[in-house]
Design a protein around this ligand. Structure first.
Ligand code: NDP
Ligand code: 2IT
Length: 451
């Protein structure tokens, strides 16, 4: 991430971001990646890069940090920190997930919120961008502890959110169970059944078909479209997916439905290699129902499955790689290992899993690369479909909703390709995604004035 790589018009602005946000490396990284993509319009299209637009884009509209006290099953008082960064509402209410993970801090929530603004713009839906969460670690906690934590978290958050204001959803460590407790507490405090205040809800209480599957399915649809553009498909491809949470599981499922074979996935303790192709039913049972580990998968699946705890999943040879775990999980050395293993395409299911150095390696080697803000946008797009169903008190079938998701992913793909070609970077999905989204947000910010 060198200053020299940025267009001269961007350098001073990036330096200000560094100065105003010390100690926030993930946030710096996310801003840098977008600024790098602005080169084709910097100096040429002043209406998009004028100081105030970019400067305002780098400053969240509102940042909320709060104490979350809760009591363990043993009667101990614990204090966590809660965050909600309401980044940009020029296109619609703030929209973005909540992450519960011990690594959460302001830098991580700001990078995620910044990414979300552009991702949400790419979906074509009327949603702004925000993100939140807590440094709470849900691992090993009982249901009752999770519930008390969620209730305490919402007791502060409720005053900041609303169907027309800010609409949270899930992210790492926040799934259907947590969203249920969060929505329940909101409903109780607000004394109204405001379905559209949270997305990712259960099907019995206002949720949408396909929202659970949407991010992983969308990532696979996006990869399929990238291949189709080159007269290929996922059929017969050897695929590696990192992570084994919500996004990873449904990426695996859709890749299998599209004829590919996923031979490896991971969690924070290691990865499994299953040459016959991962058994998705067993994986879902272990991860979603039992909240177990990949070591359980290896033990129960038997055969030649290997559980490896001292290496990198990116050493497993594959043609398609879908990083679906967390930020910066795919550094330069991993990119080089993937290339040695014959990778042809990388599509990000996670947010910012590849470092800038890794992306350079893929570029130089001619590997097709899709950034998360394009390829994982299916989750938030389906959240917007959930809001649409809630607003009209309707619910759609699985088939109809999945068809909408597939169309949205195709249209994001095609817009990226068109914009990249228009601005002299044909086939570059990073430039295509960042410029498409940036121009959309910038246009709206100019139209709405200095606010
Ligand atoms: P989950 O909590 O369901 O799963 C996360 C997975 O990643 C787990 O397998 C977890 O392993 C692994 N993981 C998380 N943090 C780390 C870490 N620091 N080191 C190693 N492994 C880690 O989260 P999701 O599947 O929802 O999210 C995965 C990624 O996708 C995130 O980047 C998220 O921001 C992004 N995303 C999620 C969307 C959604 O709708 N849920 C939408 C778009 C993007 P372990 O269980 O061992 O911790
Ligand atoms: O990163 C993401 O896009 C999400 N975690 C989903 C956000 C949402 O509001 O559905």
């Amino acid at each position: 991430m060198t200053l020299d790589a940025l267009h001269p018009n961007m350098q001073a602005q990036y330096e200000i971001v560094l100065e105003r946000n010390p100690g926030e490396p993930e946030f710096h990284q996310a801003v840098y990646e977008v600024m790098l993509s602005l080169t084709p319009i910097a100096g040429k299209r002043p209406e998009y890069t004028q100081w105030s637009v970019l400067k305002r884009m780098c400053e969240p509209e509102r940042q909320i940090i709060f104490r979350v006290p809760w009591v363990t099953d043993d009667g101990e008082v614990r204090i966590n920190r809660g965050f909600r960064v309401e980044f940009n509402s020029v296109l619609g209410p703030y929209k973005g997930g909540l992450r519960f993970h011990p690594s959460v801090n302001l830098s991580i929530i700001k990078f995620l919120g910044f990414e979300q603004v552009y991702k949400n713009a790419l979906t074509g839906m009327p949603i702004g961008g925000g993100k939140g969460g807590s440094d709470f670690d849900p691992k090993g906690r009982s249901d009752a502890e999770i519930m008390r934590f969620c209730q305490s978290f919402m007791t502060e958050l409720y005053r900041h959110i609303g169907e027309y204001t800010d609409v949270p959803a899930g992210d790492i460590g926040v799934g259907g169970r947590e969203l249920g407790y969060l929505f329940g507490q909101y409903k109780r405090i607000a004394n109204r059944y405001e379905s559209g205040v949270i997305t990712g809800k259960g099907l019995a209480w206002g949720g949408s078909q396909v929202r659970t599957e949407a991010t992983g399915y969308g990532t696979a649809f996006f990869a399929q479209r990238m291949l189709a553009e080159r007269g290929q498909s996922l059929e017969g491809k050897r695929v590696v997916v990192s992570g084994s949470g919500n996004v990873a599981l449904y990426a695996v499922e859709k890749v299998h439905q599209l004829g590919g074979t996923v031979v490896a996935c991971s969690d924070s303790n290691g990865f499994v290699v299953d040459e016959a192709g991962l058994d998705i039913a067993l994986l879902k049972e272990i991860k979603e129902v039992r909240r177990g580990r990949l070591s359980d998968y290896a033990a129960e699946r038997g055969g030649s499955v290997r559980h490896i705890t001292d290496g990198s999943i990116w050493e497993v040879p594959c043609q398609v790689a879908l990083p679906c775990a967390t930020q910066n999980e795919l550094p330069e050395a991993a990119a080089l290992a993937l290339i040695r293993g014959g990778v042809e395409l990388v599509a990000e299911g996670a947010n910012m899993p590849s470092t800038p150095e890794a992306i350079n390696v893929f570029d130089d080697a001619g590997v097709l690369f899709a950034p998360g803000k394009a390829s994982n946008a299916g989750g938030v797009a389906t959240s917007a479909l959930e809001m649409q169903q809630n607003a009209s008190r309707d619910s759609w079938t699985f088939e109809a909703t999945e068809a909408r998701l597939e169309t949205i992913m195709a249209s994001i793909h095609d817009r990226c390709i068109e914009t990249a070609a228009e601005f002299g970077a044909p086939g570059n999905y990073v430039v295509g995604a960042n410029l498409t989204a940036y121009i959309k947000v910038a246009d709206a910010m100019v139209a709405l004035g200095v606010i």
